[in-house]
Ligand binder design. Structure first.
Ligand SMILES: Cc1cc2nc3c(=O)[nH]c(=O)nc-3n(C[C@H](O)[C@H](O)[C@H](O)COP(=O)(O)OP(=O)(O)OC[C@H]3O[C@@H](n4cnc5c(N)ncnc54)[C@H](O)[C@@H]3O)c2cc1C
Length: 508
């Protein structure tokens, strides 16, 4: 692991990977293959700060016109700062990618407050609506299940911790350079030949450095930064590139398009139980006690992520909405909705007994800090709305405009409305407004470098993840898939594991 580019043993590697730890781990399994990871951020000490802004231009679809989109400013990217929910999706989504073993630590949450027994009770009382599911990562996610998280022995298992563990960093052929912000890719093809991107330019400490790949450059910079790097390499929509003064190397109108998100709203209830986590959030003495337990043993609430149980739900096929809209889900095992249950309602708008908040159009009522609560998120897993990532300048450091385009279609609003109705009755008036007012991003942006069949006129990469029309360049991150009906961390790992096999076999 290097902090300083001048200490790298060479400037030439078989593969140069921008930001991707899983793919770097797998490619460096062959001791004769050299791999360099370029990571813009430091190797540890993440500071969770807002990096990107969602704006109404392009439309976000959310009611709030401007709010922060956080991102992982550290080795491991968002896997180092995310909620650690580990959900693979349905067999219908990813049958061909199924993995059952690996380095990534995944566990059930240990401490389950008694209130959750009430949820299990519901699966017995209403099994048709809420069936019990022993393992939502079996390929059949629908039902009520204990949550699985990327937590091992009470600690986060990010891609930096698992796939770049010391035993892998000891490989002499694997090099990871942190604080190396990639600015652009360089076309090294001779004039008259198809473009080939084998050089990468990055900046470190004010210096500009170029490194060379013998075989391939692999972009794993995430669904916002991957299209940014493509556009600065001249791969994008010709008109958009010329508007900001960037030359076009390959007219590729799909770059940055097709963005989708899993918008989420929530409901909180005041409860008369003390078996919740609320005291932890308002009482520093309790907080410090919990922290002391964790420091000694890595056990207790601080060794969890507050995601204890959840429920995946599919809308019945006979719903009239399907006469107007084609069902965007991938198949009959795939859920339209995801509900997570929280044993605290801090930060959730409260549904009071008479549902006053929703009928008023739902400006969120802050949760009363002295009360205990129970809350539930309502997340749309099959969005039909699409947004985009666009540029306003050719400045390499300028952030693009990100519009997830969430909740723009009647179908999406219908599904979330059904989700709220699953738990709260008599709230028709103002419910759509309530959803729009309270919905936020889940940071599950996908699709900005869509994978499509080789002969289609649309899309950015082919099924082997090579960028269409460009040599020596692949994309291996969450920007390539259609929106999976899962939180996007596990699908990212699955894509990278599969890509490693494809790339190894291509260079055998
Ligand atoms: C706050 C938050 C909470 C989330 N919670 C969950 C959750 O609980 N469960 C779940 O399944 N998913 C969750 N997600 C989503 C999930 O973490 C992401 O979808 C996933 O990490 C995407 O992986 P990626 O490799 O495509 O991109 P990233 O994780 O963004 O990784 C990209 C990497 O590339 C680096 N990089 C980017 N640009 C450059 C550049 N120009 N030069 C060099 N390096 C660069 C970045 O620093 C980063 O290390 C969450 C995301 C966020 C932000």
């Amino acid at each position: 692991l290097y902090e300083d580019a001048s200490r790298l043993p060479t400037g030439k590697f078989d593969f140069i990977v921008v930001g991707g730890n899983v793919i770097a781990n797998r490619l460096s399994e062959d001791p004769n293959t050299s791999v360099l990871v370029l990571e813009a951020n430091p190797s540890s000490n993440p500071t969770l700060r807002y990096s990107l802004e969602l704006r109404n231009d392009p439309p976000t679809g959310f009611q709030q016109s401007l709010f922060g989109l956080s991102s992982g400013f550290v080795l491991g990217g968002s896997s180092s700062i995310n909620g650690m929910a580990y959900t693979r999706g349905a067999a219908d989504d990813y049958d061909q990618y199924a993995h059952t073993t690996g380095d990534n630590g995944v566990s059930l949450t240990g401490d389950v407050p008694a209130v959750l027994a009430r949820i299990i009770e519901t699966t017995r009382e209403l099994p048709d609506n809420f069936p019990f599911n022993l393992d939502y990562n079996s390929g059949r996610p629908i039902g009520v299940a204990r949550a699985q998280s990327t937590i091992k022995n009470g600690m986060r298992s990010s891609s930096a911790i698992s796939y770049l563990a010391d035993k892998y960093l000891k490989r002499p052929n694997l090099h990871v350079l942190v604080r190396a912000h990639v600015l652009k890719l360089v076309n090294t093809a001779k004039p008259g030949h198809p473009p080939a991107m084998t050089q990468v330019e990055f900046t470190q400490g004010g210096l500009r450095v170029r490194v060379q790949a013998f075989k391939e450059v692999i972009l794993s910079a995430g669904s916002v930064n991957t299209p940014v790097i493509l556009m600065h390499a001249g791969i994008g929509d010709r008109q958009e590139l010329s508007k900001v003064g960037l030359p076009t190397i390959l007219h590729q109108p799909s770059v940055g398009k097709n963005v989708s998100d899993h918008p989420v709203t929530g409901i909180g209830w005041v409860v008369n139980s003390n078996d919740t986590y609320d005291e932890l959030f308002r009482n520093m003495t309790v907080f410090n006690e919990v922290l002391a337990v964790w420091n000694r043993t890595h056990a207790g609430i601080a060794g969890t992520n507050n995601l204890l149980m959840n429920c995946y739900k599919r809308l019945p096929a006979n719903y009239s909405i399907f006469q107007t809209f084609e069902d965007p889900s991938s198949g009959c095992n795939s859920p339209h909705l995801d509900f997570y249950f929280y044993v605290s309602a801090v930060n959730f708008p409260v549904a009071s007994a008479d549902e006053v908040d929703m009928q008023n159009g739902g400006s969120p009522t802050a949760f009363p800090v002295e009360k205990n609560g129970f809350a539930m998120s309502v997340m749309l897993m099959t969005p039909s709305s699409r947004g985009s990532v666009t540029f306003t300048s050719n400045d390499l450091f300028q952030q693009p405009l990100i519009g997830p385009g969430a909740l723009k279609t009647d179908f999406d609003i219908f599904v979330v409305r059904e989700g709220v109705h699953s738990w709260v009755n008599e709230c028709d008036d103002g419910i759509d407004e309530y959803i729009r007012n309270n919905a936020i991003t889940t940071w599950h942006l996908t699709g900005t470098a869509a994978m499509t069949a080789p002969d289609t006129g649309y899309g950015v990469v082919n099924p082997d993840l090579r960028v269409k029309g460009i040599k020596n360049l692949r994309i291996v991150d969450i920007s390539i898939p259609f929106s999976p009906a899962a939180h996007t961390q596990a699908p990212t790992y699955i894509i990278a594991e599969r890509a490693a096999d494809i790339i190894k076999s291509a260079w055998k």
